[in-house]
Design a protein around this ligand. Structure first.
Ligand SMILES: Cc1cc2nc3c(=O)[nH]c(=O)nc-3n(C[C@H](O)[C@H](O)[C@H](O)COP(=O)(O)OP(=O)(O)OC[C@H]3O[C@@H](n4cnc5c(N)ncnc54)[C@H](O)[C@@H]3O)c2cc1C
Length: 399
């Protein structure tokens, strides 16, 4: 074994390790509901919650257990600061669409805060600034351009000469008043609320077949017929529009570590050539905190093994923090679209009955909230002002 890989903790996420397993039943009958959602990750559950609030009878079908897919292995920063994306979005999509993206995600930060407050869910929700910093000198100009782009779109940002961390860096964009939380604490509590209000959740109920004409989802031991169907499986499992072909997997690695000294206040992502590193603190056991350190994005020309990626991440973490122990290590991937904008909306252009959510490109916390608003509105028959930006149709037009 690579010597850097000794003592790297449990091969699971802090979220799964600190919450109970769920045990919702398997679907074993033929049912009818208003809305059936395939996928019990953050996108499926949050969308289900809002649709149920709009008086729909909603059922979720999950292949495994809920919140154990990508959402179970996220780093759960709730922020409109998506790396250094806005300058590219302005260039590629124009000011108007980039602004919709920016303000929808900023609204999502406030939407999450309001929801946590309204439902009184204890989920370690904490307001934090978010920083994207230049890890090398040659990134300072890019960071400054990002500040200009993000400011022009109306986001709460400014340039700081140095991100407030113990090691050297070359300037950062600071997003004020963003947030972080424990996604499983929130979503497991949300699922209980949905059940109490008459919702249905089925686990170990993989949808193997979608009968389009009947609007029926078929699992091994049952089926659900619904007026509307939403595919929220991260990578679509029913895909008449061939969206899957356009998606890439966006994979990276995370370590959960304890460190000496004080944790930096904020959520951070640092950029350097062909790599990034992200970190933020998380409340853990008995008043202790864990630092989540992420990075090692897997690129197309990547020839490194999983162990080598963990070893490189552990090396970077040890060089930048006073690591006392590594408690967790995990890796997962998110779906990515060619234009780095998610797909949220009608799955089949001519049908009002099938919807899809996919392609969060590593930013699914705010975008799941955005998805829930768009889908709730469209299913109620009200066009949403954000729909066009996220439409599935535009994905096919992208070169
Ligand atoms: C390392 C990493 C760190 C990240 N950090 C952040 C962050 O800090 N902030 C942020 O905003 N975003 C972050 N993201 C992105 C975010 O975690 C994802 O965008 C989000 O969790 C995706 O949620 P989802 O519901 O679409 O997918 P998932 O959570 O994967 O849920 C999809 C569900 O569908 C189920 N499913 C699949 N097939 C079937 C079937 N046939 N029948 C029934 N069910 C099925 C799966 O079992 C799964 O439970 C990160 C991503 C990665 C990879």
């Amino acid at each position: 074994m690579n010597e850097l890989l000794t003592n790297i903790g449990k091969p699971t996420s802090i979220w799964l390790d600190t919450t109970p397993e769920t045990d919702y039943p398997e679907l074993a009958a033929d049912l009818e509901v208003d809305i059936a959602i395939v996928g019990g990750g953050i996108a499926g559950l949050l969308t289900a919650y809002y649709l149920q609030k709009s008086s729909h009878k909603v059922a979720i079908l999950e292949a495994d257990r809920i919140v154990k897919g990508t959402t179970g292995f996220t780093t759960a920063k709730i922020t409109s600061g998506h790396g250094l994306k806005y300058q590219t979005l302005v260039k590629k999509l124009g000011q108007g669409k980039a602004q919709i993206y920016a303000l929808a995600n900023q609204q999502a930060v406030e939407g999450w805060a309001a929801l946590v407050e309204e439902l009184k869910i204890d989920c370690d929700f904490v307001r934090q600034p978010a920083y994207s910093y230049a890890a090398g000198k040659d990134w300072t100009d890019i960071v400054k351009k990002e500040v200009e782009a993000a400011k022009s779109l109306g986001l709460p940002v400014g340039f700081v000469e140095r991100a407030p961390v113990s090691f050297k860096n070359y300037g950062a964009i600071k997003y004020e008043n963003q947030a972080q939380f424990h996604p499983r604490k929130f979503l497991l509590a949300l699922s209980k609320i949905m059940i109490d209000r008459g919702g249905l959740i089925f686990e170990n109920s993989a949808v193997g077949e979608v009968l389009e004409n009947q609007k029926r989802l078929v699992t091994k031991n049952g089926s659900i017929k619904a007026k509307k169907i939403i595919i929220a499986t991260n990578y679509p499992i029913f895909d008449p529009a061939d969206i899957f072909k356009e998606l890439k997997a966006h994979q990276s690695y995370t370590l959960g570590v304890t460190i000496g000294g004080k944790m930096a206040e904020g959520m951070f992502i640092g950029f350097e050539e062909k790599n990034f590193h992200s970190f933020r603190s998380q409340a853990w056991r008995k008043g202790k905190e864990i630092l989540l350190v992420g990075g090692e994005a897997v690129l197309d020309d990547d020839l490194l093994s999983t162990d080598e990626h963990y070893a490189r991440l552990a090396k970077w973490a040890r060089e930048h923090f006073d690591i006392k122990s590594i408690e967790y290590h995990w890796t997962t991937s998110d779906s990515e679209t060619p234009d780095e904008v998610p797909v949220i909306g009608r799955l089949i252009p001519e049908s009002d009955d099938f919807f899809v959510v996919t392609g969060f490109v590593g930013w699914g916390m705010t975008h799941s909230w955005v998805a829930a608003q768009i889908l709730n509105s469209e299913i109620l028959g009200r066009p949403h002002p954000w729909s066009r930006l996220y439409s599935a149709e535009r994905i096919k037009k992208h070169d």
